[in-house]
Design a protein around this ligand. Sequence first.
Ligand code: GTP
Length: 599
Amino acid sequence: MSRHRNIRTKNYDDYDDVDEYGKSYNDEEIGVSPGTVSQFMYRRDDPGKSVQRQPTLPEEDPVEDDLMMDDIEERADETSAVVDLDRMKLCIDYIENCSGDAFTREQVKRAVLAASYNAERALQLLLDHQGNLPVVSVTAKAPVPFLAKKLESLSVTGNAASTSRPDGGVGSSEPERKSQKISDVGVIRKVATFEDPTISTRDVVKKLKLPSVELPDWALSFVQEANQQYGAMAKTLQATHTGVGVNPPSAASFAVSGGDKRAFPRPESTPNLRLLDPGRSQPGTPTPGSPKGTRRGASKPFSSRATSRADESQGDTATLSTSKTPEVPSRSLIKITALYEQRQSSSKPLINLIVIGHVDAGKSTLMGHLLYKLGRVDAKQMAKFEHEANKIGKSSFKYAWVLDETGEERSRGITIDVAQTSFETTNKCINLMDAPGHKDFIPNMITGTAQADVAVLVVDATRGEFETGFQSGGQTREHTLLARSLGVAQLVVAVNKMDTVNWSQERFDQIVQMLAPFFKAVGFKDADVDFVPCSGFTGDNLTESPRTVEAAHWWTGPTLVERIDQFRPPVRQIDKPFRQIITDVFKSQAGGFFGGGKN
Ligand SMILES: Nc1nc2c(ncn2[C@@H]2O[C@H](COP(=O)(O)OP(=O)(O)OP(=O)(O)O)[C@@H](O)[C@H]2O)c(=O)[nH]1
């Protein structure tokens, strides 16, 4: 890992006086190579070396921002609609910044909607289509259920005398308006912001806080039209997807009375929605997600989600799909699930294991010896390590050298970077990571732990040493907390260096009693934590029961490797959208960057 290599080449003696948590060294000096600095870092004093920046999105009026934030905090459950409006504004500003007045506001809005509020994509769409994008209805997004529910109870009375539709459109009649219910607040906000620049989002939000709100005629008429469209869409969806498991929005939730339908797709637009069936692809139509599909869909920006024969005949009218998630898995998902299950059953389950603990608790020695005993390191190699360790007067570190590979780590006798290897137990395939225990390398420890499913916490049983690691601000406590926060739910505590306390059962019990309440407090379940006494140096209770006489009479539990074998494999949520924690970034020789981490 390039970043780690850079850390390794540093002389940490220079930073001994720096003792601030999480910042034990200067980021500018360590962790970023000079090449990376010159290529990517912004230098205020040297504009020539600053990175090429895209035109930035304009900053919002701070007062407006504050007010909006208040509103958002107070009505956290309505934020999505507000955020859409803000994103639209930002996108428009961004595009107009880049393209000047090459496109009309209407064209820009269409592009932003088609690109799902991705300003760069919208700009690209505009350029590709020279502004001639099909009309996209802003109401195509599924209504936010909680907003609809909330607003169904709000009677909206229009005020024809005070406000009128700016485009001169004719609103609903007074009695119609009185009986009208709003089912989608998102629609109102969009209308308010995009059609009439004098009404801000904040005004609408404020209005919506009142028990009854007054909206301009044109807004009411728009809501009415939108609801009709939703009603039609919902019915169409129900008709189209009966039997394929798609749950369309309920028609009832959009139902309103009367109104002009001319601005919205006719019910004949049923074929538009066929492609929503994830398992059925149309001839000549891109399969959602496939690279081919994306390419073919280029001439129609949103064809991968909803394109149609009707689109082709109507030319400039397209209807976006609702964002409902199918309840049945798609064919490709079934395939992946089957593949995954097949792989799981044909090989041992893979578990990512991290070894954590206070500095010098014996993590590397324990794991190095375990690997040796499991045959992952041959006798010849071990003899070489022993010989070389003897030469520099560090013979006790011979097993640690299996994992501590760099000159710096070996000469200093500490682990700096996370070492990674693998071994197999009877039923599991273990991906082993040995974390550094020194507090200066907590960032490296976090990088490794973020990728782990389970952990072995090594504590030193030696009197005084355990107390230093656990009670006096040591890393036994800190590593455990970090591991739990990073999603590690199963833990084995290796009570190491039992040879130094003559395999005293009393000492082992004392350590268990001190640690157990702490694990509970940080969120580990009792059943997910276990204690195993061992000695990394003598190899007792690693792969075989301890041979030491003092241990043999009281320890009847599993060996360390047996206990590791009992870890439950994590449940990988392969049927959920892909999500990954990026914990490391690699620069490829061939160009481009790669992110690494647990998904
Ligand atoms: N007596 C005894 N000494 C041990 C045992 N395990 C490790 N040691 C010694 O403890 C010292 C530190 O061991 P390491 O394996 O480097 O400890 P570590 O936890 O990996 O250290 P860092 O990775 O730097 O945090 C070495 O001198 C080991 O020989 C053990 O079971 N018994």
